[in-house]
Design a protein around this ligand. Sequence first.
Ligand code: 6PG
Length: 242
Amino acid sequence: MEPRVHIAQDEPALFQACAERLVSVAAESIARHGGFHWAVAGGATPQGLYRLLASPSFRDRVDWSLVHIWFGDERCVPPEDAQSNFRMVREALLDAVSVPPAQVHRVQGELPPEAAASDYADALRRHLPEADKVPQFDLVLLGSGPDGHIASLFPGTDALRKRRPAAAVYVPKLESWRISITLPLINTACHVILLLSGAKKADLVRHVFRHSADTNPLPVQMIRPSGELEWFLDDEAARHIT
Ligand code: 6PG
């Protein structure tokens, strides 16, 4: 299935378009199997999207009681650490909507990395439906760094070859451990949304859209879901492809 590309004039319009799409994917998932398993993205970009979903204009358009929040990746820090993706998502979204606590599947970043990865992989296998024996998300929301990493799957790391649902990843350039879902989960998802904004991502977007058949693909180019892939870009991130 060819990826669909949505280009918004600025970041507020980007979050509005992505929020509308997320609401429709959630409704479709709930209608299909009675729930919505969503792997959220970390980092800075999606915070505006989460705050919009938590606002009065969107908050009541999702049946949060049927949503399961998962994390595409997490830093190996305690949940209240400033670096924690859980803390960021809690503050930007979860504190404002009523996802049942048992349906917020936090990565236990405070544990030793291998233990955290193993616990998270067990939870993914326990709660998610499967497709070809791989836990299947309804939606994986991802950002990408200028180097083309997704979640915590960085170029040239062996995490890109892991088959288990979640892996402990040491990131040399960050000198830190992370827990990440792996490529099989991303590519088994019903929907994948890539959300990129800002001029810093423009070169990466040009590389991806100009070199679709790279012999040495970046992680973001390894996303080939059996489901639907959609790019949500603002004008600045898309300036080399429009
Ligand atoms: C993280 C994210 C990471 C992020 C990219 C883009 O934990 O940081 O999962 O993969 O999506 O690094 O980050 P920005 O949105 O901050 O550019």
